[in-house]
Design a protein around this ligand. Structure first.
Ligand code: FPP
Length: 238
C-alpha cells in the first residue's frame, strides 16, 4: 500500500517502493559525441542525486536497475566501465556519510569479480542498521533468472507442491520481506519492463518519459509522483 506523507499543507500519497530502469545513458552520450562511458558516469551521478532525494522525501524503498543478466552481451570495455563506476561508488564513503541509507544488492552475485563482492558485502553490513531509505541496486539481475533461483531453492528445501503459495514464492525472491514496487519509472522513451521485477510488479503503476536518465532530476521525479498521486486519488476513493 502507498503511504500518506505530509506535503506542505496537504497530504499526498507517496509510493512505498519506487523501481527505476536507468535507461538512456548511451543515447545521452551519443547526442554529445561522447563515449558511452561518459553516459554511464553521468547516469551514476543522477542515480546518487535521486537516491538522496528519495531518502529526503521519505520514500521507503528504491530499486534501481544497474546491470541486467542480459548486459553481459555488451562490449567487455563497457562492462568493465559500469563495474568500475560501482567500485568507485562503494569505495567513496562520502556517498553514505550522514545519509542513513540501507543498501542491498539484488541479483546473482556468482559471476561478479571477488573484490566487488567484498565491497558489496561491506556496504550492506555497514548500512544494515540504517533506518532511512532502503536502496536496492539490481546487479546481474533478471526477473526470470530470479524466479528460476527461487524455484530451485524451494525444491532444495523439500517444500511440497501443496505448500506453495504466492507468498512463499515472494519469500524466495531477492526482495524477500520487502513490499512490492508500487511505482515503476522508465525514462528514455522505451515502453518495456525488460525483465525487471516481473513477479513483484504485478500491481505496480508505470510512468514513462522521453527524458534520458542522465538528464532526469528531482523535478521529473516530482512530476512522476504527482501523476502517481492523481492515479491513486482517482482509484482510491469509493
Ligand atoms: C542503460 O542505459 C544503463 C545501464 C545498462 C547501466 C546503468 C548503470 C549506471 C547508471 C551506473 C550505476 C551505478 C551505480 C553506482 C548504481 P543504456 O546504456 O542501455 O542506454 P542506451 O539505451 O541509450 O544505449
Amino acid at each position: 500500500m502507498p503511504s500518506l506523507k505530509k506535503n506542505g499543507n496537504s497530504e499526498r500519497v507517496l509510493p512505498k517502493h519506487i523501481a527505476i530502469i536507468m535507461d538512456g545513458n548511451g543515447r545521452w552520450a551519443k547526442k554529445r559525441h561522447l563515449p558511452r562511458t561518459a553516459g554511464h558516469a553521468a547516469g551514476s551521478k543522477t542515480f546518487k542525486d535521486i537516491a538522496r532525494y528519495c531518502n529526503k522525501i521519505g520514500i521507503e524503498y528504491l530499486t534501481v536497475y544497474a546491470f541486467s543478466t542480459e548486459n553481459w552481451k555488451r562490449p567487455q570495455q563497457e562492462i568493465n566501465n559500469i563495474m568500475n563506476i560501482l567500485r568507485d561508488y562503494l569505495k567513496d564513503t562520502e556517498n553514505f556519510k550522514g545519509e542513513n541509507i540501507k543498501l542491498e544488492f539484488i541479483g546473482d552475485r556468482t559471476p561478479l569479480d571477488d573484490d566487488i563482492k567484498v565491497l558489496m558485502q561491506k556496504a550492506e553490513k555497514d548500512s544494515e542498521n540504517a533506518t532511512g531509505l532502503h536502496l536496492n541496486i539490481a546487479l546481474n539481475y533478471g526477473g526470470r533468472d530470479e524466479i528460476v533461483h527461487a524455484v530451485k531453492d524451494i525444491i532444495n528445501e523439500g517444500i511440497k507442491p501443496e505448500e506453495i503459495t504466492e507468498q512463499l514464492i515472494s519469500d524466495h525472491l531477492y526482495t524477500s520481506g520487502q513490499p512490492d514496487p508500487d511505482f515503476i519509472i522508465r525514462p528514455s522513451g522505451e515502453y518495456r519492463l525488460s525483465n525487471y521485477l516481473i513477479w513483484q510488479s504485478a500491481y505496480a503503476e508505470y510512468w514513462f518519459s522521453d527524458i534520458l536518465w542522465p538528464d532526469f532530476n528531482y523535478k521529473h521525479l516530482e512530476k512522476a509522483l504527482d501523476d502517481f498521486n492523481k492515479r491513486n486519488r482517482r482509484y482510491g476513493g469509493i
